[in-house]
Design a protein around this ligand. Structure first.
Ligand SMILES: Nc1ncnc2c1ncn2[C@@H]1O[C@H](COP(=O)(O)OP(=O)(O)O)[C@@H](O)[C@H]1O
Ligand SMILES: N[C@@H](CCOP(=O)(O)O)C(=O)O
Length: 323
């Protein structure tokens, strides 16, 4: 259960009262997640999620919440932060930052097929375009600078072969980031963590429909291609082996490309960015496993999964072929 901060019903009721979204009827802790306290909060007028931020401070949240508001206003299905009478969407509860967003319909799909991948890819492209004029700028805080800072911290926990891999891949990404081709990649706000468990699908009428993207708390301004790479490494792999499911990956990129045509240097650098995406989550999972920030931290994700994915992306780079 991802409830790190217990919120009494009356405390939540008073907060909800300030938002003009009805009267709180039920409040229930949400399972899953490893970062924030989430409660499902129903009112007599709608369904919401109350989040108390455990890791993030008041300085980073205006970017995340503002981006969600911006995207929601442009018709992208993402949680829409609710404002109080003064127009504030970043709230405070029990001394911690908090927000109330609308609850997306549906549930995530653990075993996505090609149609799920295509729906996510097309919406990802729409989201990138819709976010392009978002005025706030915050870098991807889990980007290259963080990897370089964190690799020395997790390195002592690795065996010699793992150290060689992590050192080589970090050096490869540093060299890539300094290249002109990388510098020319289009950039803007990205989600940066759009895994299967951060996307809802509804199954009304026997057909799956995209319910929305959520958990924007790793978002930042970075290369759009990085978002595509992160998705390919999750939506388009066999989780048992880490192998890319090439037909699904091909369909994913084609669906994205149909909405926002990829540039030639994006097509060329995709294999390198897929290595970046695998490295990023290998490092963060190592960090979560070996340096838990809090004794109450839930079971961390398995780092060896992304070590394996990274080895495969290095050994078998995959190129998208436009048909
Ligand atoms: N806006 C939302 N709409 C619907 N469900 C949500 C929403 N936000 C969070 N949830 C639910 O809460 C769970 C935990 O949220 P998540 O953002 O993954 O937490 P964390 O930030 O701790 O990783 C999700 O798996 C999902 O079921
Ligand atoms: N998707 C990341 C972990 C981030 O956790 P989330 O629950 O906030 O998405 C991973 O799989 O390592």
């Amino acid at each position: 259960m991802a409830v790190f901060t217990e919120v009494p019903f009356d405390t939540a009721r008073r907060l909800i009262e300030r938002l003009d979204i009805g009267t709180l009827t039920t409040l229930e802790g949400a399972a899953g997640g490893i970062e924030n306290t989430n409660y499902f909060a129903d009112t007599d007028r709608g369904r919401y999620v109350l989040t108390v931020f455990e890791r993030l401070g008041f300085e980073q949240l205006p970017f995340y919440l503002g981006l969600m508001k911006h995207l929601a206003q442009r018709g992208i299905p993402v949680p829409d932060p609710q404002a109080d009478a003064e127009g504030r969407i970043l709230l405070e509860l029990l001394g911690k930052p908090a927000a109330v967003v609308n609850r997306l319909p549906g549930r995530h799909r653990e075993a996505p097929d090609r149609a799920h991948a295509e729906a996510v890819a097309a919406m990802l492209a729409r989201m990138h375009l819709a976010g392009a004029d978002f005025p706030l700028r915050q870098p991807n805080l889990r980007g290259l600078a963080w990897w370089a800072e964190t690799v020395p911290v997790v390195r002592p926990f690795l065996d010699p072969a793992q150290r060689a891999l992590i050192d080589a891949e970090l050096a490869f990404q540093q060299q890539l980031a300094a290249s002109a081709a990388y510098g020319a990649l289009p950039a803007g706000p990205i989600h940066a963590d759009l895994f299967r468990d951060n996307v809802m699908f509804t199954d009304a009428d026997g057909e799956d429909r995209l319910g929305g993207f959520f958990d924007f708390y790793f978002a930042g301004v970075d290369r759009w291609l990085f978002d595509i790479a992160v998705c390919l490494n999750d939506w388009c792999i066999d989780l048992d082996t880490g192998a890319l499911v090439e037909a699904r990956a091909q369909a994913f990129v084609a669906a994205y490309d149909a909405v926002r045509p990829l540039q030639a240097n994006e097509l060329r650098l995709l294999p390198a960015l897929m290595r970046a995406g695998a490295l990023r989550f290998w490092i963060s999972r190592l960090w979560d496993l070996h340096l838990p920030r809090d004794a109450r931290m839930l079971a961390p994700h398995d780092p060896t999964h992304f070590e394996r994915v990274l080895r495969q992306r290095v050994a078998q780079p995959w190129h998208y072929e436009r048909s």
